[in-house]
Each structure stands twice: as C-alpha cells, then as structure tokens.
Design a protein around this ligand. Structure first.
Ligand code: SF4
Ligand code: SF4
Length: 718
C-alpha cells in the first residue's frame, strides 16, 4: 500500500512540476505582449454573456459540431474527459484505500454506467479521428488536406495517449471487479466486459494487475498532462481562456481601432519612438494575440475554407498562426530576459531569432512572407470556422498596418488607390463632382443634401464610390433609387458631399487615411442631421454601422437588400411579372459572414415570380469570396488561380442564366470572371451578373410597362 502511494504521488508531483513550470513560462510569455484592457473590461461588464459563451462554445462545442463527424468525435472526447474526472478522483482515492468511493456518490451504479459510457465514447471519438487523419493524410493529399502543415506526429502521439488513458482505466476497473473492490455493483458495462476477460487469471493476478494498471493509469494521465502543455494540445487548457477573452460576438465585422500600450492611438499625439504602430514585431501583439497563437489546435478548418489557400496562394491562416507561434516561442528567452546582459548571453540561435523581421521574404528570413500577408481578402472564413475563436484578420491587418504606416511596404499597384483616396475621395480618383451624375439618368428627382437633411426624408441613401462611379455598380444604384421611389420611401443622397468611407484604406492597413475619411463623413452626417442610412455596398454598410461608432458616429444603418425585402413584405413593392430564369445567389462576405445578412436577398429572389434559385455548394456562412475584400480589389492577383474565376467555375456547375449578388465589388469581380469565361467560350453569352435589386426592379418595371411590352436588355438602364 505504501509503495503504491509513494509511486503514485511521486509521478504526480514530478509531472505537475514539469507542466506547471511550462504553464508559468507561457504565462510570462503571454504577458510580455501589449496590454489589452478592453478585453478584460468586456468580460467584467458582461459576466452573464461570458457564462453563456463558455456554455455554448466550450461545453456545448457549438462551432465544432458544425462539422458533423469530426465535431461529434471531438464532443465525445471532450465530454468524455469531463466525466472521466470522476474516475481520476477514484484512482487517487484508490491509492489510499482500495474500497474508496467518491463521497456523495458512493456506490451509485448509474455513475459507474455513465463513466463507462463516456469511456467508450472517447474510444469511438479517437477511432473516428484516426479514420479522419488517415483519409486526410497530408503526405498523400497535399494542400487539399486540412492537416497540411500541421504537426501530425504530435497528433498521433496524443491519440495514442488518449487510447492508453482509456485502456488503463478499463483494465484497472476490470481487475477491481475481480478482486471485489470496485465501487459499483453493476452498470459499468465496459469494465465488466474487461473484468470478464481478466477473470480466468484468478484473484492473485488480478490483485497485482489492479495495482499495476492503477499506477499505469495515473502515470499515463500525468505524462499526458506534460505532453499537453508542450504540444498543440495546449488548447485543452487555453481554449476556454481564449474564448472568454475573444471579441464579442466574434472577430468578424469591424476591425478594431489601432491601439498602443492598451490605448486607442491618437495620430495627432502619437510618438513613433514610444507608440506601437501596428504589429511590427512579435512583442507588439497583445497578450490576447499571443494567447491565440498558443491556443491553435492545428485542426486546419480555417485553411480548408480560405479562398487564398484554395486558389494556390501561399496564405494559410493556420500557417500564419503557427509561424507566429513558433517565432514567439523561439524568441521567448530573449523577450523574457531581465537585462541587456542576459540577452547578450543567450545562445546565438535565440539572438538570431530575435533579429528576424516579422514580415519579410525568404531571403530576408522573415517570419511572414509579404505574399502571405497581402493575399488575404479579409473574407472572414477563417474566423468563422475557428473552433477556438482565433482572430486571424486582426493579426493580418495589424501586420499590414505596420507595413503601410512605418515601412511603406505594400503592393505598389495599391499606392494609386491610397493617393486617390487622399486627394479625390474615391479609389479611382474620379473626383467627388461626378458622384451625382447617375441621378441625371433617372426620370425622377433625387434630393441631394446640401445642408440639413429635410425633416420628411427618412433615409440617407449612401451610394458609395463604386455605386456612384463604376458603370456596372451604377446600374444597381439606379435600380435601388427607382425601387425606393416606387415604394414611396423618402430618401436623399449626399452627392458630391459623399466621400469614400475609408474601408479600402483601413483594410490595406492605412489607419491614418481611414480615420481622416471617416471623420470627414461623420462630420458631414452630423451636420446634416443624418439618423438612418441605407447603404448599397456591404463594405460601406459594415464600416458605417460598425466602425464609425469607434469614432463617435452612431447611425441606424440598413443594407439595401434588408430595406427592399421589408418593402416587398409590406406590399409596398409587388413584383408581378415573371423573370423565368435559373439563377444562383453569391453571398458577399461583408454582408453575409461579417454581418449575418443571409435571408433578405433570398427573400427578394423568392418574391420574384418565375425565378428558379439554386444554391451553390459554398453558400451562406460557408460562402466563397469574390476576391475583392481586404483591399485586394486594388492589388494584382499574380499567384495561383484567380479567386473570382474559382467562384464562377462553381456557379457554372449549376448552369445558371443569371448570377445574382448584392455588393458592387462582387458584381465587378464576378462580372470580370464571367466576361473572361465568355471570351474563352466557357460561358453562354446570355449569362449575366446582376444585383438582386436589379432583378427586383425588372420584375416591377416589367409590370409597369406591360402595356408597351417589356424593356429589352439594351433598353434597361439597370
Ligand atoms: S480572411 Fe479569408 S483570405 Fe484572409 S486568411 Fe482568413 S480565410 Fe484566408
Ligand atoms: S487557427 Fe483555428 S481553425 Fe485554424 S488551425 Fe488553428 S484552431 Fe484550427
């Protein structure tokens, strides 16, 4: 008895000391990052919400269960380990007393049954993981495997350890049954089966096996605990914390303002010697950023959904996080050193790691390659999929901010866009004077606000740069204006007083230009007394509704598909004439995934008679980007397949007459890809890309012009 106590406790003390030392080191590393007081404040302000988040995301495994088979396997393993805490208590109790039973539970057979049920569940879970890993073998599948780039050996080791935890558990319980000290008379069905196998060995052998497997159980659990804190399975400890301190409701939608030393950066007072401008080195990340890195499970869900990765570009959101993590860990001794002398005395490899540029080419020994950094479309698929709430876009755009503001290093072709935004207020440099030209093509008046917005005007129609200046998007603008006019909605536009929201500047990393443009617009809004805004561009919609509040601009903002769907539902717009077309709808990332507007565009399409709508395989939350977000619209796409072509290839599998969307960027990108397909003979000449507003307007337009026949394609102004 004494020997088993000594061995059991010795194993425990040594393992906990090793694991504890590692956790202390990780804590020190995390807190070497920038402060993030807003994350702590958010938790303090909304404790109830965080209990709910932990209950759904961590305990309920909500995000994991979206992937049905691996999600169920993970849930079975996770829940199994929670229940099996009881068996660990029993094992330690057994060290001291062979007849130990948990106080309060005693010999209740139901608990024995539940423990065995979950033990078998864990076995089923790891069997499923084994099959998944064999089928997604990155050595065979290459980039198509979501495990490509993950540490697969560590994953196999952990699967083996989990198997050993369950195997030693059932063996020790089986032996206990045969020696008559098992706490549960019946119900523990799996242990009883194992006991049945061991019974022929007799009482004496089972007494020895009981001790051997008990110590083996404790030893395996302790070795597992050490492996966990030294491997990707660190997420077992970190995920609840990471979820707790993540952005709410998630890290989609707005970008966070630039912060330095925990405070929002004021450009007028900022000092480049003291302040942090974006993420220029690993210690510029906040502790939450470093926690993200330590939490990554290497599951590859983000990678599997990334449009850049899917089209052969070097960007994998998983690899970004892993490269940052590897760098942070390798540089850690340097970051944690207490003095310059200590830093000087570090091994050469650590000092070399400390010298690596965070963003740099292979020749420069950079941690993140510029081609990786600039491939991101900010589509949000990675953030959406990540089961542990890692905030990839914040990190990518944080690094972009440093590259643009401090290094002036960004794709050269985007320089013109930034210059145009600063000088002309739109990315193409066409100038504000032309922003109201589209109005002259309508046969009704659209009020242009020149001072205070008139009291009878309900909405400010925010047209956006593309909507005002790009030929294809202008058709959408005219369609929306016509529909609002038909429905009797009182609206006005800013015309020449409108300037870019600043979204492309913010997404490329130029926070300075963004805040200048945003403040200018907020001033215009406030002077005009704007309260309600309808925006046709999802990027403008996202920026005005969710980023302008960061600068004090608070408005009620609605996307045109939301307003039009409401007008249709209210009977103020009645599509009566059939549009007999097969079509499919492309979800714009900044409307769908970032802002969860999935239903209104579909409601509009459903209301148009004759329309036969079919969903693409990648739709709604799993929609596939058009390639324009993250300011990619103004960068060349030189590597891999074009993202818009990939999307159109998917759409063409449905052989549609029309591809619909609800974003001017998507309209342009998909339109370009369709034009290329037509030129190569891979798409029908009649195939169109239109906004749902255009489709709705045609249906209503047709009813109004039914006396004189329908308008031909060429006669339509939208
Ligand atoms: S935001 Fe989109 S493009 Fe960027 S890394 Fe994530 S999935 Fe890839
Ligand atoms: S970042 Fe998230 S989704 Fe991507 S591999 Fe890590 S845990 Fe999985």
């Amino acid at each position: 008895m004494v020997l088993r106590i000594v061995v059991g406790l010795l194993l425990t003390v040594v393992a906990l000391a090793v694991a504890g030392r590692r956790m202390w080191w990780l804590k020190r590393l995390a807190f070497s990052g920038q402060p993030a007081p807003e994350r702590v404040a958010a938790v303090r302000e909304h404790p109830g919400r965080d209990v709910e988040t932990q209950a759904t995301e961590v305990i309920g495994q909500r995000k994991l269960l979206r992937w049905s088979v691996p999600g169920a396997a993970h849930a079975a393993t996770f829940w199994g380990f929670i229940v099996l805490v009881l068996t660990i208590i029993e094992a330690y109790g057994d060290l001291f007393s062979r007849t130990f039973a948990i106080p309060g539970i005693g010999h209740w057979a139901f608990i024995g049954f539940i423990e065995d049920l979950f033990a078998v569940g864990v076995l089923a879970g790891i069997a499923t993981f084994t099959v998944i890993r064999l089928r997604n073998n990155p050595h065979r599948e290459g980039r198509r495997s979501r495990f490509f780039g993950s540490h697969t050996r560590a994953a196999w080791l952990v699967l083996g350890m989990i198997f050993l935890v369950i195997a030693t558990l059932l063996l020790y319980r089986g032996a206990q049954i045969n020696t008559g000290v098992f706490p549960y008379a019946h119900g523990a069905f799996a242990s009883e089966i194992v006991g049945h196998w061991l019974a022929p060995l007799g009482y004496g052998v089972n007494s020895v096996l009981e001790v051997v497997f008990l110590l083996a159980q404790i030893g395996v659990i302790m070795v597992f605990a050490v492996i966990v804190v030294y491997s990707k399975h660190l997420h077992i400890a970190m995920a609840p914390l990471n979820v707790l301190f993540s952005r709410r409701p998630n890290a989609l939608g707005p970008l966070e303002p630039m912060r330095s030393n925990g405070k929002v950066l004021d450009f007028e007072e900022a000092d480049p010697e003291v302040d942090v401008f974006g993420l220029g080195k690993i210690e510029d990340f906040t502790w939450k950023g470093l926690l993200d890195m330590a939490t990554c499970t290497e599951c590859g869900r983000c990678q599997s959904q990334c449009p850049a990765w899917a089209t052969g570009k070097p960007l994998s959101p998983k690899q970004v996080i892993l490269d940052l993590r590897d760098h942070a860990f390798a540089k850690a001794p340097y970051l944690l050193a207490g003095s310059d002398e200590e830093r000087e005395s570090l091994p050469a490899a650590v000092r070399a790691e400390a010298e690596r540029p965070l963003v740099g080419s292979r020749e420069e020994n950079g941690v993140i390659d510029p081609d990786v950094l600039w491939s991101c479309t900010n589509c949000g698929a990675c953030v959406q999929e990540c089961p542990v709430d890692i905030e990839h876009i914040d990190h990518i755009d944080g690094m972009r901010r440093h590259q643009v503001l401090i290094e002036s290093a960004f794709p050269v072709e985007a320089a013109g866009m930034l210059r145009n935004l600063e000088n002309k207020g739109d990315p193409w440099g066409l100038g504000q004077a032309r922003r109201a030209d589209w109005i002259t093509e309508l046969d009704f008046e659209v009020p242009v606000v020149d001072a205070a917005i008139p009291a009878d005007i309900e909405y400010l129609f925010w047209v956006g740069c593309a909507g005002a200046l790009e030929d294809r998007a202008r058709k959408t603008t005219k369609a929306i204006a016509t529909l609002l006019h038909t429905a009797g909605v009182k609206f006005a536009v800013l015309g020449p007083a409108e300037t870019c929201t600043g979204d492309p500047a913010r997404r490329i990393g130029n926070e300075f230009v963004f805040s200048t443009l945003a403040q200018q617009n907020i001033e215009t809004f406030n002077e005009a007394g704007v309260r309600k805004v309808v925006a046709s561009c999802p990027h403008c919609f996202n920026t005005i509704s969710r980023e302008y509040p960061q600068l004090g601009g608070n408005y009620e903002v609605i996307h045109h598909t939301q307003l039009l769907a409401e007008l249709v539902a209210a009977g103020r717009l009645t599509p009566v004439n059939a549009v007999d077309e097969k079509l499919t709808y492309h979800d714009p990332c900044f409307l769908g995934r970032h802002n969860r507007v999935f239903t209104p565009p579909r409601q509009i399409l459903e209301a148009v008679p004759g329309v036969q709508a079919t969903e693409m395989h990648r739709c709604k939350e799993r929609g596939f980007c058009c390639g324009a977000g993250g300011a990619r619209m103004w960068m060349e796409e030189r590597i891999g397949k074009r993202i818009n072509t990939e999307r159109i290839d998917e759409a063409l599998t449905l052989d549609p007459d029309t591809i619909t969307t609800s974003c001017p960027y998507c309209l342009v990108m998909l339109g370009d890809a369709v034009a290329a397909k037509k030129a190569s003979g891979d798409a029908r000449d009649a195939l169109e890309v239109v906004d749902v507003a255009q489709l709705l307007a045609r249906s209503i337009d047709a009813s109004e012009t039914s006396q004189g026949g329908q308008l031909s394609q060429d006669e339509r102004s939208y």
